[in-house]
Design a protein around this ligand. Structure first.
Ligand code: SF4
Length: 367
């Protein structure tokens, strides 16, 4: 049964009616929700929408983040992860070196490697194929969720292969899913202002479309909280929603709160907690064809992640072990978290923790 939501606002009442009757929200609805400061109503409505899809279940995975190289030809304004070749702190690991690192840090129960990195044009495409192959041979039971759409576009440029051919080569090496990074804000104007020096809007979408058509399920993100307007975020969600209508290939939508130390990008402040919660809730309401909205504790902290579970989020990512990209940008959160802490976090919000695999198959229920 739905709780009565007291609001005098006619437009908010219409939106409540639409969400409850399963009618899709429009661009105008989304922009109105961002203009509204009625976080409790928006959050309550997102909670209803989420409960209809997922009940009290909240998902997480035992995973480990790996970064083969931080050398990058691009210079995106907000990025503090990239290095030039030869610069202090730059590295490019071989398959054997990566396996040595994994052996030292892996936890029992890890079932996914989350792999992203720089666009290193000092090594050939075959290096990126061999990296996956080495991991897959050594850990055949661990799912390889690897590379962003922007990296796939970069591989296509350095190899001369089409997106389809690049993906087919990587799938032969063990690729099972793409990560969601590289989307930032899907707007050409934003990408120009923020010097997003990689795949453009149509290329990002085309890589995911191609992957979905090859049978891969993928992840997608939105990096919010810098120069974009609220209308840009809604427009971003609508483009992702449209592709999901076409392919149904996305597993989850991940709003990523911009981290603050980006003087090059003119970013001085963290997003407010209010803005983070509102963005998760609005994502839940706009993306009616997504099963899951993820709260990424690395960027918003564990406490806000917990609160977001009552405002539309149904996934708390995973154990990670050692996160590097957001921490290079100034994240104040831990670099990873234990399974026990994730379970505690979810239970503390009155929800049921579900350990999952990459594809949201349930592995274990922690009642
Ligand atoms: S965001 Fe990615 S592509 Fe852009 S500079 Fe950083 S590592 Fe390179």
């Amino acid at each position: 049964m739905n709780v009565a939501i007291p609001t005098e606002d006619k437009q908010m009442q219409d939106i409540i009616e639409k969400v409850r009757s399963g009618e899709r929200l429009t661009r105008e609805d989304g922009e109105f929700l961002y203009r509204s400061d009625d976080l409790l109503t928006i959050g309550q409505l997102a909670n209803e929408a989420n409960m209809r899809k997922n009940g009290r279940k909240v998902y997480f995975i035992e995973n480990m983040s790996l970064y083969f190289t931080n050398v990058c030809e691009a210079h995106c304004a907000f990025c503090n992860f990239r290095k030039d070749k030869g610069e202090e702190g730059s590295y490019t690991l071989s398959g054997a070196e990566m396996i040595e690192y994994v052996e030292q840090h892996i936890h029992p129960g890890v079932r996914e490697f989350h792999i992203v990195g720089g666009h290193n044009n000092h090594v050939p495409f075959q290096y990126y194929v061999d990296s996956l192959k080495a991991l897959h041979e050594r850990y055949p039971d661990i799912t390889l969720k690897a590379y962003t759409a922007a990296e796939i576009d970069f591989f296509s440029r350095i190899s001369g292969l089409s997106y389809r051919e690049v993906l087919e080569e990587l799938m032969k090496a063990g690729l099972k899913s793409l990560t969601g990074g590289g989307a930032e804000i899907l707007s050409d104007e934003y990408r120009k202002k923020m010097k997003v020096d990689k795949a453009d809007v149509s290329q990002y979408l085309e890589v995911h479309r191609t992957a979905h058509n090859l049978g891969l399920r993928t992840h997608t993100t939105m990096l919010y909280g810098s120069v974009e307007k609220h209308a840009d975020r809604i427009n971003h969600m609508l483009q992702i929603r449209e592709l999901q209508d076409e392919t149904n290939g996305f597993l989850v939508f991940i709003p990523l709160s911009m981290q603050p130390i980006s003087p090059k990008a003119g970013i001085r402040r963290r997003n407010s907690a209010f803005e983070d919660l509102k963005t998760i809730a609005i994502s839940r309401l706009m993306l009616d064809n997504f099963q899951h909205i993820k709260a990424y504790f690395i960027n918003i902290g564990t406490q806000l992640t917990q609160v977001s579970l009552t405002m539309g989020a149904s996934d708390v990512h995973g154990t990670i072990v050692k996160e590097r990209i957001s921490h290079a940008a100034g994240a104040l959160t831990p670099e990873g978290i234990t399974r026990e802490d994730l379970i505690w976090l979810v239970k503390g919000a009155g929800r049921i923790p579900i350990e999952r695999d990459t594809f949201y198959n349930e592995v274990k229920i922690y009642e």
